[in-house]
Every structure is written in C-alpha cells, then in structure tokens.
Write a protein that binds this ligand. Structure first.
Ligand SMILES: O=c1ccn([C@@H]2O[C@H](COP(=O)(O)OP(=O)(O)O[C@H]3O[C@H](CO)[C@@H](O)[C@H](O)[C@H]3O)[C@@H](O)[C@H]2O)c(=O)[nH]1
Length: 491
C-alpha cells in the first residue's frame, strides 16, 4: 500500500497492557508488529502489575527479558497495585488499570524524543484512555479476543437500556445487529450479576470503547467475516474496526527450558502424523480433581496418544517438570517421585505409557506446529484458538470462563474448525464419554464432519501464513488505521 504524504509523520506509540500471560503475549506481538511498521518509529510498552505475594512466573520473566534483549521497543513495568484478594479477576484488572493512571501520566509527561502521540490499550485499560486527550494523543483499543466479543461490548450500553432483569435470566438469545445471537449462558463474567461491582466497572469501559479512534482486533476476515462486516457497517456503533490478526508468536521462540522442550519434541518426533492429542486448558487455570479424572478417562476412551499440559489441583509443580504418565508411576499410577502429583485421581493410571504430562509451561506453539498433532483439546482462550488455526490443528473446545464460552461457540459455528464439548451446568465438568467420542470424531479419517473441519483449518492456516506479509491484509489494516488517524486528528 502507498502511504500518502500526510501519513508520513512518524509516531511514537505507547501501549498499556494489563497483567497476565493471555494479555502480555499478544501485546508483545502487537509491539513487534508496530515497530516493524514504517509509520511507527518508537514503541513503549507499559505493563501493569498486581501486588501479590507470589513471585512472577519464570516464564513471564523469560518472555519479557528476551523481548527486551532484542531491543526493538522499551518496556516499562508499572508499580504493583494492591487489590482485594476476594475480588474476581475482572474487578482486579479494572482497579489495577485505574490506579496505574498517575504513574502512566508521569512517565508520558517525561518522554520527549519523540513524544508519544498514540495510546493503545485493552478493554480493561479503556478507563485510562481519557488521559490521551490531556496529552493530545490518539486513542486505540487492542482487542486480544474475538470480533464477536467486541460487538457485544460495543452493544452493551444499548443492551443495558433495553434488557430488563438479569441478562442470564433472559429466555431469548441476546441480539446484536448483524451478528450471531448469543446464548445468555455464554455471556462473560460482567453480565452474570448486574448489581455486582464488575458490571459497574464494565459498563463505563464499554462507553469509552465507543469514543476511540479505532479498535484493533486480533482476528481476520476469513475467521469472522459476518461479525467483522456487521461491526464495519456501523449498525452496532460507528467506530473504526481494524482486524489485524493473527498476532501470535513464532513457533521457534518458546521461552521454556530447552532440555524439557527437547524431551517433548523428541517424543513427538517418534509419533505418527496427526496421531497425538494436545491438551491444555490455558496459562493460569488449575483443573479440579473431578475434571482431571474425566479428562484422563476421556483420553483413555479415545485410544490415542497425548501430550497434556496440566496444572494439578491445589499444588505447585515440582522441579521435575516432565514425565510420562507411566514411567515414574507407583502401583496406583501416581508418580512416586513427585509429592505434587498426589492430587491425581486413580483414573490417571489407566492412561500410563500412552502420553506425556507437562507440569509446567509447555512449548505450546512448537507442539501445535508438530506434524504428529491431530487435535487440540483447548479451553478456547483466544490466543490458543489463533495458534491452533495458524498451525492447522482442529479443536475440541472445553470453555471454562470469561470470553472462552463465546470463543468456543465462534470456533465451532462461525469458524467451523472443531466441536464444543457439552459441559454439565451443575458441575461444570464434561463427561469422559463426551470427551473420548468427540476426539475420535475429529481425528477419524472416515468421519465426514471431522474431515470438513480438518480441511477448513488447513485452508485457514494457508491464509494466515500470508496475512502479515508486506502489503498483506493485516499489514494494510494497520496502515489504514494510522492514515485515517492522521487525516482525522491532524497529528
Ligand atoms: O503451558 C502453556 C500454557 C499456555 N501457553 C501460551 O499462553 C497463551 C495462553 O493464552 P490463551 O490461550 O488466550 O489463554 P489464557 O492465558 O487463559 O488467556 C486469557 O486471555 C485471553 C485473551 O484475552 C482470553 O481469551 C482468555 O479467556 C483468558 O483466560 C498462549 O499463547 C499459549 O501458547 C504456553 O505457551 N504454554
């Protein structure tokens, strides 16, 4: 794309990222892509943090250190903020971002060459956006989740006026102009209780979202065409939408222990093509005893080999991070050498010798990229969905909370690359039979639906490969955003 004269100004973009790996990973990718974009000369990434007693996960430190070493952009850690321990994560994030405002203002006011002219943050940081006006900066939101989720948040101030009673008690699906309707059961945390502090934090964030110069969404047209077109039609609210995904890490740059990484990859090298299941329910979630039991039985029923990234309940991972389920096992299948795995149920021993359990940070992208992986059992965090798409791996979705229920629905229905598991509403657990038969269906070479999903995800993989090339669609979307900004704001 040719950039017009008025857009040849070079900008300094300040990025404000909430704490947590699900946010930090896509923000680092956004920062790298901005730096490599010709219109942006400098990027500063502010990372907010929570004041808690436990130290930062080693992997977070490793990932940030390796980005700093590359020296493409500056990283500023904001002072840790105290939050009530009993508050839910959404409320904690809102408090952290609001209380970080004085520190961000101080940092921005001291920056001189060049002064930051663009502020980009996430939904939870949107309450910080009014400071952009004070510093004469353009303001953008970066959305590390689906376009459907953007549509819901943009429509929330309208829904707030027309929906009576609790959202979750509605008998009808929630309608958003031009988009797929949303089941009240799939709405994320702020919608669960309109009297809760979180809803009162969330509503003004949605109002701020309506005032930005643009929303960068980590998605692309072929993934969510219907929703992106609805957003762009202005029927929901007139805000410029820029799909700039998929922003995901390179498979080579996984920040985990090399020896452990080699152990997993060597094991995968010995397996047949598309024969292994990869299981991971996210970077922070700890499975319950009951969930582990059903998953273990489900893996057994599937009859396939597996790699399972697992955080056991109420325990910390020990030093020895990788084990085959059988190798270190005692008579009941519980590995003897690890006090921490005493939390595993007996069902675990039924799958011994069939797979590999990773008790710490898994090299997820490298695993997904490996030709032996045939399916990903995922909690449907948006980064995981994008990574699976980019590696051409179909998904079995076990959504747990937050946006994951809507993500799983999009993954299965709009994107068409997998199946969402049925979760028992009372226990929030999926039965082993459901897990086993769904895995089987997706991996079965004879199953027509399974074949269609595998074909679709491979097509999307090829599209995703070219999307960030120079003059590829996502590169051009980013250019468009800054060209429009310079015309509108005259910066
Ligand atoms: O052992 C692990 C576990 C995770 N990851 C990586 O960590 C990221 C996890 O991101 P995601 O799949 O989005 O899960 P969460 O960390 O749970 O993400 C949070 O942030 C997402 C983006 O906003 C939301 O969609 C989720 O609901 C929310 O829980 C991905 O890049 C994974 O590759 C690893 O590399 N190794």
């Amino acid at each position: 794309m040719t950039i017009t004269n008025s857009s040849t100004n070079h900008y300094h973009a300040a990025l404000l990222c909430p704490p947590g790996m699900g946010h930090i990973i896509p923000f680092l990718e956004l920062a790298k892509h901005l730096v490599s974009h010709t219109i942006i000369t400098k990027v500063t990434l502010f990372i907010a943090s929570i004041n808690n007693k436990s130290s930062k996960p080693q992997v977070e430190t490793n990932i940030l250190q390796s980005s700093m070493k590359q020296g493409f952009f500056d990283i500023i850690h904001l002072p840790p903020i105290d939050v009530p321990t009993n508050a839910n994560m959404g409320t904690k994030l809102a408090i952290i971002m609001k209380e970080s405002i004085p520190f961000i203002c101080h940092e921005i006011s001291t920056m001189t060459s060049p002064k930051p002219t663009i502020l980009i943050t996430e939904l939870f940081g949107s309450l910080v956006l009014p400071i952009a006006e004070h510093f004469n900066m353009s303001k953008f939101v970066f959305w590390p989740s689906s376009a459907w989720n953007v549509a819901l948040s943009l429509h929330t101030p309208t829904l707030d006026k027309v929906v009576e009673g609790e959202f979750t008690d509605q008998e009808e699906f929630i309608q958003i102009p031009g988009c797929n309707p949303i089941s009240p059961c799939d709405l994320f945390s702020p919608f669960l209780d309109r009297n809760d502090q979180l809803y009162h934090e969330y509503l003004p964030m949605c109002e701020e979202l309506r005032k930005v110069d643009g929303i960068f969404v980590n998605t692309f047209l072929e993934l969510e065409a219907k929703t992106i077109l609805a957003l762009r039609s202005g029927k929901i609210y007139k805000v410029p939408i820029y799909p700039i995904g998929p922003l995901i890490r390179e498979a080579k740059k996984q920040n985990c222990d090399d020896e452990n990484r080699d152990y997993v990859i060597d094991w995968l090298d010995k397996q047949e093509e598309e024969s292994v299941i990869y299981v991971s329910l996210g970077s922070g979630y700890t499975m319950s005893h009951e969930q582990i039991k059903e998953m273990a039985l489900g893996l057994e029923l599937s009859g396939k080999k597996f790699v399972w990234s697992l955080r056991p309940p109420s325990t910390k991972a020990g030093n020895d991070r990788y084990l085959t389920a059988g190798e270190d096992a005692g008579s009941n299948g519980v590995p003897k050498t690890r006090a921490s795995v005493s939390a595993f149920p007996d069902e675990f021993h039924k799958i011994q010798n069939r797979g590999l359990v990773i008790m710490d940070w898994a090299p997820q992208l490298e695993i997904l990229k490996h030709s032996s992986i045939g399916v990903f059992v995922s909690h449907c965090g948006w980064n995981s969905i994008l990574e699976s798409v980019s590696c051409g791996v179909p998904i079995v979705g076990w959504p747990l909370f937050a946006d994951q229920l809507m993500n799983a629905e999009t993954m299965a229905k709009e994107i068409g690359i997998g199946i969402r598991l049925n979760v028992a509403q009372s226990t929030k657990v999926v039965g082993s039979e459901e897990i086993g038969k769904t895995i089987w269906k997706i991996m079965d070479k004879e199953d027509i639906e399974g074949c269609a999903m595998r074909k679709r995800v491979k097509e999307l993989k090829h599209i995703a490969e070219k999307i960030w090339s120079q003059d590829g669609p996502s590169f051009c979307e980013m250019t468009n955003a800054f060209v429009k900004m310079s015309h509108t704001n005259g910066v």
